[in-house]
Design a binder for this molecule. Structure first.
Ligand SMILES: Nc1ncnc2c1ncn2[C@@H]1O[C@H](COP(=O)(O)OP(=O)(O)OP(=O)(O)O)[C@@H](O)[C@H]1O
Length: 246
């Protein structure tokens, strides 16, 4: 498997903190996989994502993208946050195209890319609506399209679906899986929901720094499982993950 991201001996201590949040963490993310990340609240999931995204600088160690050190935010790495940070004064199309406008892309190029993205996240009929008028699920789809607008190689999701109701969340899971299949990107998805981690992850990364294991990656035989096929074996697999975390 070809690695797209390599996290090497990553230690991160926030200024003024008496202990490190990430301590000598090593992780390889393969090109084209979906890795989900799970762990107790406060174990450092967002800190890891923000360091990979280049928003935080390692205290020691390094993060490589395609073999090169990540030294700051980079358009090759897209991020979708939980609160989706959209611009309420812009409509759906302008929210999606905002980053491209900042990068001084031609108007026609922006229009054509936004139009493709609107189709991909199934929001073409909402393109002129202001985002405040959309449901939570639609706003998350705008946020995903905006992250994709820069044509990143890796898209990272920080608890992006946690605030959605179960039905909307299922819809978004399908949007995410469809995008992954059609775009052949690498996804890195933080969640606090074990079922979500199993549904969406080719592999699952479990963070348990309180047990002295910064991160451990396991294979997932239940990736994209149809909920009708959830059986006793599935429940055992899920409980094993839970027992590792608690
Ligand atoms: N900017 C910061 N300054 C100091 N400490 C921080 C900062 N951000 C996070 N922390 C601390 O680092 C630890 C890990 O936080 P982080 O948000 O990465 O965990 P998490 O696993 O994503 O948690 P959650 O699941 O609750 O979102 C926590 O103890 C938190 O208080």
């Amino acid at each position: 498997m070809e690695k797209i991201i390599e996290v090497k001996d990553l230690t991160l201590t926030y200024p003024g903190a008496d202990k490190s949040t990430l301590d000598a963490l090593n992780l390889d993310i393969n090109r084209g996989e979906i890795m989900t990340v799970i762990g107790k609240s406060g174990c450092g999931k967002s800190t890891l994502l923000n360091t990979i995204a280049g928003y935080l600088q390692p205290t020691s160690g390094e993060v490589l993208l395609n073999g090169e050190p990540i030294t700051g935010p980079n358009w090759k790495l897209g991020v979708v946050f939980q609160n989706n940070a959209l611009y309420p004064w812009l409509n759906v199309s302008d929210n999606i195209g905002f980053g491209l406008k900042m990068r001084h892309f031609d108007k026609s190029k922006i229009e054509s890319r936004v139009s493709t993205l609107l189709d991909q996240v199934q929001l073409a009929d909402k393109k002129d609506d202001y985002v405040f008028s959309l449901s939570g699920g639609m706003r998350q789809r705008v946020a995903i399209a905006r992250a994709l607008a820069n044509q990143p190689q890796v898209v990272m999701f920080d608890e992006s679906f946690g605030a959605l109701d179960e039905f909307t969340r299922n819809d978004i899971h399908n949007v995410v899986l469809d995008l992954w299949k059609s775009l052949h990107l690498t996804f890195f998805i933080i969640t606090h929901d074990i079922d979500e981690a199993i549904k969406l992850g080719n592999r699952i990364a479990i963070m348990t720094p309180d047990k002295g294991i910064p991160i451990k990656v396991i294979d997932n035989p239940y990736f994209n499982i149809d909920s009708a096929k959830i059986d006793a074996e599935y429940m055992k697999y899920k409980n094993d993950i839970l027992e590792q975390i608690v």
